[in-house]
Write a protein of this length. Structure first.
Length: 323
């Protein structure tokens, strides 16, 4: 009869170990699950759009002021477009989609991700800053959020801001026994920045020096991403039957344009010509009286004049009626 060492194998042992590990890390697992579910709930609620407790970027403000409609003809650009184009005064209004620090790459992302469906007409305003690849922009724009990023992380700065306010309100309400203060908050600003009056020349001179220090030595390779995006937008417009028009936005004539502007314009105009895109160049059109600063027209005189000129230019493309 054979004898040997008794087997130590226990079929239930692996499950016992797994159960022990689950008990040991149960709290952490539960915490992770709670975080994921909470983050999914926040993403569904989307307070960056739905709640006035939270900061709103210019894309969200555009949607808010148009009743959350996400389609229509568009005038896209940066704050120069916001300041210059008066949608409410236009005879053929476009959705004013000027975005603070907006670039052509942002327009491409909006169209690629189907965040807004442009219909019929797309006007793009390009100023001296619109095509700078390294331009820092608003990180809360919806197209910057990666699919794998938690909602809370993507908008962490604004959760911190609103959370701090909520804690202060709860504390004030508890200390003063005032129920009204417990949930009190200051609604965040929902309008875009407009430009009234005129800055002093000394201030604009300082601003010119600031721009020159940041971007005065840029060359065409520093615009490559946005030039490629411009070609992409032109192809997109052709494929989707959109009438694409491009406007070179005004610059204050009392100051020299940044040295990169003319080579940039030449290359951008070459791309647009290849696509048969009409271009209106008003960069040198307006006198100093119409400006708020170097790149923004003032609301009192500059913006009405610009809006009228854009209306007339766009009407020139209308087909004559058969009457």
């Amino acid at each position: 009869m054979r004898t040997g060492r008794k087997s130590s194998f226990n079929p239930g042992k692996p499950f016992t170990k797994a159960a022990a590990r689950t008990r040991r890390y149960g709290f952490l697992i539960a915490l992770a699950v709670l975080f994921i579910l909470t983050d999914l709930a926040l993403a569904w609620w989307n307070p960056m759009e739905s709640s006035r407790r939270f900061y709103k970027n210019d894309f969200t403000k555009t949607l808010y002021h148009h009743g959350w409609v996400r389609s229509g003809p568009v005038f896209f650009g940066n704050s120069a477009v916001t300041g210059a184009y008066m949608e409410d005064k236009s005879t053929r209004p476009l959705t004013e989609m000027g975005l603070s620090y907006g670039r052509i790459t942002d327009l491409k992302a909006i169209l690629e991700k189907n965040l807004y469906q442009v219909k019929d007409e797309l006007v793009v305003g390009i100023d001296v800053h619109t095509m700078i690849d390294e331009m820092e922009t608003d990180p809360t724009y919806q197209w910057f959020k990666k699919p794998y990023q938690p909602y809370v992380y993507a908008y962490r700065d604004y959760f911190r801001d609103s959370g701090t306010e909520a804690v202060k309100s709860l504390y004030a309400g508890a200390v003063e026994l005032d129920a009204g203060k417990l949930l009190a908050y200051q609604p965040r600003w929902i309008d875009k920045e407009l430009y009234f009056g005129q800055k002093e020349k000394a201030w604009m001179a300082e601003r010119w020096d600031y721009y020159d220090e940041l971007w005065g030595d840029l060359t065409l390779p520093d615009f490559r991403e946005n030039l490629d995006a411009l070609a992409w937008v032109a192809d997109y417009a052709a494929e989707h039957g959109l009438a694409l028009r491009v406007i070179w936005m005004p610059w204050h004539k009392d100051f020299p344009k940044p040295p990169y502007v003319e080579p940039l314009k030449a290359e951008a105009n070459r791309i647009l010509a290849e696509h048969g895109t009409p271009v209106l160049d008003v960069m040198d059109r307006y006198s100093a009286a119409y400006f708020h600063d170097l790149v923004h027209l003032n609301r009192e005189e500059g913006a009405p004049l610009f809006t009228k000129e854009v209306d007339e230019w766009l009407r020139s493309f209308a087909k004559p009626s058969n009457s």
